[in-house]
Ligand binder design. Structure first.
Ligand SMILES: [Zn+2]
Ligand SMILES: [Zn+2]
Length: 364
């Protein structure tokens, strides 16, 4: 067993360095996980570029970790009913869930105001130093939330649990039920996860939109259960969708990042008394041509969603373990820990075919 962990430290936006640190003892109430993989998502790219609030540097990135329990405290063993060698998917949130900041989703007193109390946002100087998934090892404090994963599931598929849990949650937030028509804007890993979850919830018609360079992802959307996939011109999204679905959608889920146009598209696509789920952050941009009268006249429900409950993660792991879907095709890009920067930057690829669906690092 090595006695040192290797970890990526983002010392400032755009600067990764690899450090080593002694692997600590977990104490009676915690555990040390030997990481197998960590999902990489658009949030990691935003942190890399210094584009997110509530982020202080230095930090150890990585908030979608998967690994094997290596060292386990005495009390933790009993309380968690775990053994060394158990494989677990770990939820990113670390808040105590008891303090006033936690109750307001404004941080956590234990982790300080102004820093998200999540894995992937903590300083390497915070004891015991292992708070990020871009590392060979991770510390589980008593409040950590995780779920066992069947060791038979290949690493790539298992590493999609966080993206899948978002889809499961967003579809639940939209209230998708049997017979509904669902339009999903954006065929990224989370949009594809919405396809899986919408089908599972009994949706009657699932439509997914993407841009011209999303053809490979749209093909995958179809194989995961979408009825209709549309490569759209960004200027005519609503029209194109309504051509395919003239009565409009019961639920529209906007998973697209940055571009604000998708918000007005979603309002246009939703049918009378439909629901629009806003899941993609737009970098605090305002939405031009947003007419609240459309919401009033159509009696729409607008639902925002930021965090994903643990139950959705459990559901995601069950979907993965069912092995009924070609989830291996989600796990398109894998990089070793030493190439973490290339892994994060791979999300910037523009050309269809080069564009990852889901990226993960492997710790070797
Ligand atoms: Zn993420
Ligand atoms: Zn707290």
């Amino acid at each position: 067993m090595p006695d040192h962990a290797r970890l990526v430290v983002e010392t400032a936006p755009g600067t990764f360095e690899i450090r080593e640190t002694p692997i600590p003892e977990p104490g009676d109430d915690g555990a040390i996980v030997r990481l197998e993989a960590c999902g990489v998502c658009a949030t990691d790219l935003e942190i890399f570029h210094g584009d997110l609030p509530f982020v202080a540097y230095p930090l150890v990135p990585g908030h979608e970790p998967l690994g094997v329990i290596e060292r386990l405290g005495r009390n933790a063993r009993r309380r968690w009913q775990l053994s060394e060698g158990d494989r677990v998917a770990i939820k990113s949130s670390l808040g105590c869930r008891r303090c006033v900041l936690c109750s307001q989703s404004a941080g956590c007193i234990e982790f300080g105001e102004g820093r998200l109390p999540n894995y992937g946002f903590q300083s390497p100087d915070r004891a015991p130093g292992l708070w990020g998934g871009f590392a060979t090892h991770l510390y589980l404090p008593p409040q950590a939330q995780f779920f066992p994963v069947d060791p038979a599931v290949p690493t790539g598929e298992a590493s999609t649990f966080n993206a899948l849990s978002n889809g499961v949650h967003w579809v639940a937030v939209g209230g998708v039920k049997s017979g509904d028509s669902v339009v999903i804007l954006g065929p990224g890993a989370r949009g594809l996860a919405c396809v899986i979850a919408a089908r599972r919830a009994g949706a009657d018609r699932v439509v997914v939109t993407g841009l011209g360079n999303d053809r490979a992802k749209l093909e995958l959307a179809r194989d995961l259960g979408a009825d209709t996939v549309l490569a759209v011109d960004p200027d005519t999204v609503a029209e194109t969708v309504l051509d395919a679905l003239p009565s409009g959608a019961d639920i529209v889920i906007d998973t697209t990042p940055v571009a604000t146009r998708s918000i007005t598209d979603a309002l246009g696509i939703a049918r009378q008394r439909g629901t629009v789920v806003l899941a993609g952050l737009k970098g605090r941009r305002s939405v031009p041509s947003f007419f609240s009268d459309d919401v009033v006249n159509k009696e729409l429900v607008l639902r925002g969603t930021a965090s994903t409950p643990f139950a959705a993660m459990v559901d995601a792991v069950r979907i993965i373990e069912s092995r009924r879907l070609p989830l291996d095709r989600l796990a398109t890009h894998s990089f070793p820990l030493e190439e973490a920067e290339a892994g994060v930057r791979s999300l910037e690829a523009k050309r269809d075919g080069d564009r990852p669906v889901h990226v993960h690092l492997t710790m070797g």
